[in-house]
Design a protein around this ligand. Sequence first.
Ligand code: AMP
Length: 396
Amino acid sequence: MNVFVVNCGSSSLKYQLIDVDTEKVIAKGLCERIGIDGKLTHKPAGKKAVEKELPMKDHKSAVSYVLEALTDQDFGVIKNLSAIDAVGHRIVHGGEKFAKSVIITDEVLEAIEECNDLAPLHNPANLIGVSACKALMPEVPMVAVFDTAFHQTMPKEAYLYGIPYEYYDRYKIRKYGFHGTSHSYVSKRLIELLGKEGKESKVIICHLGNGSSVCAVKNGVSVDTSMGFTPLDGLIMGTRSGSIDPAVVQFLANKLDCSLDEVLTILNKKSGVEGVSGVSSDFRDLDKASMEGNERAKTALDMFAYHTARYIGAYAAVMNGVDAIAFTAGIGENNSKIRKAVCDYLGYLGMEIDDLANDKKGEEIKISTDDSKVGVYVVPTNEELAIARETVELLG
Ligand code: AMP
């Protein structure tokens, strides 16, 4: 069974065609600059990648170019569109309405649209992707997989903010959490590695990438996570500040004589390790700069490790223990220095790192010593495969 996985942004569209029986990626690619001019990068498995400038006036035309590429005589991977059995869409926000993935119907689309004001930059783009695919493949069943759904199991004490309750009632202001597909996929795998499926388990997942979040998973369900009402909350990230005193927003608006919207843009796009270091949001650049003696780059890296360790400590406390933690995503999978720096804070939990194992990059591996009281693992995430699996599971 082939599942076409679609992740639509406001001017981009990432896709993978996955054979779910073998879990192999048949082709993947990216459409960029949709609505501006348009560029398709198509990577068929076992064939040369193709790059093409194409006029993508909207997402529908982008999807039609992708479908053409998938069925092309030279660089295609399937004979015709009937080889696509289902489409899995990544949807960022499902609000409180969606605690799991759903088959897309007109009612579902309406309900997703009602969540748009919770994710005004992402959800409308995700929905455009759904209608573009529906227009071109009307008979193919489609599934919505939400970033927020995995965290709907959080208890009230974890997801409510200390503000008047009426704002939760009226406006649904609360912690939602994001990266749910990744946290779900990685925690399932970690629990499998621990041999604790169906048993009591307490694990913490550190999804550390350009966007980063930590998630506490007790007995297989999310009980707390570091991102909040939006993905701005929690850890310091590539360009996002993470949690700060909200009074800073007003103070900065006054000092800069700018709007609250502009301050939020600073907190989302010009802050984080990039803002602190003045070097880059990319940890490879920061590592290099820090090794060359750049103090602010070093401080930014120290802050990132400190904040990550702080959440792990907090989640070990609220779960009353932790069996294992997993690092995942770009930094979590590849940056051994950050992993080591985080774990160095956690010796009091009995956590001990095997430096040789920790030197490995980008592969599934246990990086704690056999004596370590808490297991530490690297588990590569695969959100597209998780979406494809969910899609098949739902469609039976
Ligand atoms: P993500 O958002 O998950 O793609 O993660 C992006 C971050 O991961 C960047 O800060 C990169 O420095 C880091 N990263 C991604 N790939 C590698 C790699 N192969 N080696 C070292 N760092 C990497």
